[in-house]
Design a protein around this ligand. Structure first.
Ligand code: NAD
Length: 248
């Protein structure tokens, strides 16, 4: 019961890593505010955690919309009285193209969801957490928040941005009892990688010394720990969970 009496918000909770985080938070006793742009998937996960005994609401929200982020935090505090934990996880991969031919709309879309979405999330979560007397934010970056990757200019730029944004907000709010960290998964076997064929996935496996892709639950373990009081001295940092990818 690591998160008993805490209210935790997860964006992109309808699939992959976000879904595993929702399940981990629920198993730790939190009240859940789940959100996703995909209503059917989000509702499915909400039903699953509710079946495990968690108090949960689902709110359809587009992370790239400031208004939706504001509405989401409002729904959380109206339902549960306070917001203590937020995981800004929603994200997309975007087009795979070299920078000189990267589509302009692909760039905008990835930056809007993966970077602006994290700022909009924190923009409304932080005031709510101040009211609650403190809180914890975990932002979903990537290994590509600290190194480059061919054909992924927008994704890499957004994830580097998430790391800097995380550090800055952590400095600002550390005195007010809000801890903020970023997580950097290696390649994780989720629907995000569904555009890739078997040979492409195998090439990704080879980039991980551990010899396989990660599982969403393995990311959720780290996010759960960072979200709990066990991580009480941990703020302003970036934590890879990557099977050794960045150690090379
Ligand atoms: P996924 O595609 O399985 O899940 C992402 C979820 O986000 C989906 O349910 C989708 O509907 C939702 N979403 C997409 N756009 C949204 C929007 N505008 N507003 C709200 N929700 C939206 O992907 P995943 O692999 O679970 O990725 C989750 C996060 O982890 C992303 O930020 C991703 O960049 C990051 N990440 C993934 C990997 C990986 O290899 N899978 C590696 C490192 C980081």
């Amino acid at each position: 019961d690591l998160l008993k009496n805490k209210t935790a918000l997860v964006t992109g909770a309808g699939s992959g890593i976000g879904k595993s985080i929702a399940l981990a938070y629920a198993a730790a006793g939190a009240n859940l505010v789940l959100s996703d742009i995909n209503e059917a998937h989000g509702q499915e996960v909400a039903q699953q955690v509710s079946g495990q005994g968690a108090q949960v609401i689902f709110v359809k929200a587009d992370s790239a919309s400031p208004e939706d982020n504001e509405k989401l935090v409002k729904a959380a505090t109206e339902k549960f009285g306070a917001l203590h934990i937020a995981c800004n996880n929603a994200g997309i991969g975007g087009p795979a193209l070299p920078t000189g031919g990267y589509t302009l709309d692909g760039w905008q879309k990835v930056i809007n969801i993966n970077l602006n979405g994290v700022f909009y999330g924190m923009r409304y979560q932080l005031p709510a957490m101040l009211k609650a007397g403190g809180g914890v934010i975990v932002n979903m970056a990537s290994i590509l928040g600290s190194v480059g990757f061919r054909t992924a200019a927008a994704y890499v730029a957004a994830k580097h941005g998430v790391v800097g944004l995380t550090q800055t907000a952590a400095l600002e709010y550390a005195p007010q009892n809000i801890r903020i960290n970023a997580v950097g998964p290696g390649f994780i076997d989720t629907p995000l990688l569904s555009q890739m064929n078997a040979a492409q996935k195998q090439a990704l496996v080879a980039l991980h010394p551990i010899g396989r892709l990660g599982k969403p639950e393995e990311v959720a373990e780290l996010v759960l720990w960072l979200s709990s009081d066990k991580a009480s001295f941990v703020t302003g940092s970036y934590y890879p969970v990557d099977g050794g990818y960045l150690g090379q």
